[in-house]
Design a protein around this ligand. Structure first.
Ligand code: AMP
Length: 142
């Protein structure tokens, strides 16, 4: 199973925000889209990713003043991305080892989707169920 197959099911919508937007805008975007991470996009393309975990950590450190700080002050600037031709299995390993739950999908320099750990788990369960059905059908044939 490839990332392109996952995107065919879930679509290519990605919630984004500009690096100079205030953190209060980020909170609204997270809530409106009901997602856990937002891709930060500047004029040149993807410049960061910011998850609810970043907000919680920095809110604890700096207090409510964080709400007027720019998103760039709390984002992770070194973003791990994947391509539609990557496999779900390889992404599962990366997400588990690096301990992040969101990976933007980039093709030819364009942001074409985002995959969350939930999408990856759903896809792997679907694959396992399919394998189980095939084995049961094979056994039933005798
Ligand atoms: P998450 O598990 O996605 O909530 O993110 C946990 C931490 O990893 C946060 O500091 C995020 O900014 C960072 N992070 C999330 N996704 C990525 C990614 N694809 N590449 C690099 N860092 C990430």
């Amino acid at each position: 199973m490839r990332i392109a197959d996952v995107l065919r099911t879930k679509g290519s919508a990605v919630a984004t925000i500009a690096p100079d937007a205030p953190v209060s805008d980020l909170l609204r975007t997270l809530a409106e889209h009901n997602v856990g991470a937002i891709v930060v996009v500047g004029p040149s393309g993807v410049v960061g990713i910011v998850s609810e975990r970043d907000v919680v950590r920095r809110l604890h450190e700096t207090g409510a003043g964080l709400l007027t700080s720019p998103v760039s002050s709390i984002m992770t600037a070194e973003v791990f991305t994947c391509t539609p031709s990557d496999t779900v299995d390889s992404l599962t390993v990366v997400m588990t080892e690096r301990r992040f739950r969101h990976v933007p999908v980039v093709a030819e320099g364009e942001l074409v989707g985002i995959v969350s750990i939930g999408d990856v788990v759903k896809s792997r369960i679907g694959q396992l169920e399919q394998n189980q059905d095939q084995l049961q059908a094979y056994i039933a044939q005798g």
